[in-house]
Design a protein around this ligand. Sequence first.
Ligand code: NAD
Ligand code: MG
Length: 350
Amino acid sequence: MPEAHIPHIVTERDFDGPSLSGLTVGVVGYGSQGSAQALNLRDSGVEVSVGLRDGSPTAESAVGAGFRVVEVGEAATADVVALLVPDEVLPHVFEHEMAPALRVGQTLVLAHGFALLFGGLEVPDGIDVVLVAPMGPGAILRERYTTGSGLPAAFAVHQDATGNARRTALEYGRAIGCARVGLFETTVAEETEIDLFAEQAVLAGGVTRLIEAAFDVLVEAGYDPAMAYMECLYELELTVNLVHRYGISGMRDRISRTALFGDLTRGDRIIGEETRAGMRRVLEDVRSGVFARELEDDVSKRGEGTEAALKAARERLLSRVEDVIAPVAHPNREDVSEGGQAGGGTSRKR
Ligand code: NAD
Ligand code: MG
């Protein structure tokens, strides 16, 4: 086991004076991250313009929020330009709409490393390129900011032309509220690879399969699907909240003796060597670019494969049970923020 290396996490205490003082920021894209970051930057005292393509469906909302909405090429003339469009179109938008407007000494900010690592994005010399990746969806980034808190973020320097890239990244992260919790230094490769792996192994792929498998085993054994749903899925919220707040040890301090004994004596039978081997193969596909190529192929076929797999999943018993029970068991679903996806990246929703 490697020794735990506790990194230096940059927080508000590490700054003095205002952030991005005297610099203008152009935010390109006004979706989940774009809208949240533009609003937070403005509330931190930064001068922001929003760059959108002609006929953009989000223009109305950006104008409604009081932003100066300009063409992408004009937003790209700001001192700091945050390119917050979907990763699959990002290199194209950069090359065709931004690159012609850029000049030496500007900073390009990205919220995920995917386009740099796997999308072929190339930025000319003379431009600083940094990553500031909030660890959560835009809606939460904005909500936390307005209540005086924030989301943590990862930051990295990809290209340092001016010698100031790291400082700009830190100040940008602070201006969107992330230093209120903490800025974690990383590299583009690390952020991108861990982000994709975590979505696949835990946040989306792992958790859904764990629930489905447990549900199927109970139903096969003759138990009531509604009860199986409540015990295996609905009650997950408690565990997730405790683990999120207190870590795994803190969660174990707070559950019943019976639950703890079951965890310690049975958990390894559920996630054993076979699952770990599967995770290693998943990580290898991420690192080698095999996953990115498959995704690109699916996007080029208008998501055919994704849609077919989703349709099959919708036909499972669990899906039919949840259609009935989720609204009953969770009557206040409206207050859960929309626009989330587990990690950075490759959202299917627009
Ligand atoms: P989004 O889909 O919510 O918003 C994208 C915006 O780009 C919209 O305003 C859309 O109108 C605009 N757009 C789409 N195609 C365009 C085009 N061809 N030209 C110009 N504009 C176009 O995207 P998002 O989730 O905010 O993702 C933006 C970046 O943030 C990505 O790099 C993503 O990986 C990263 N990120 C997202 C999350 C998240 O939870 N959503 C978290 C961390 C990082
Ligand atoms: Mg992520």
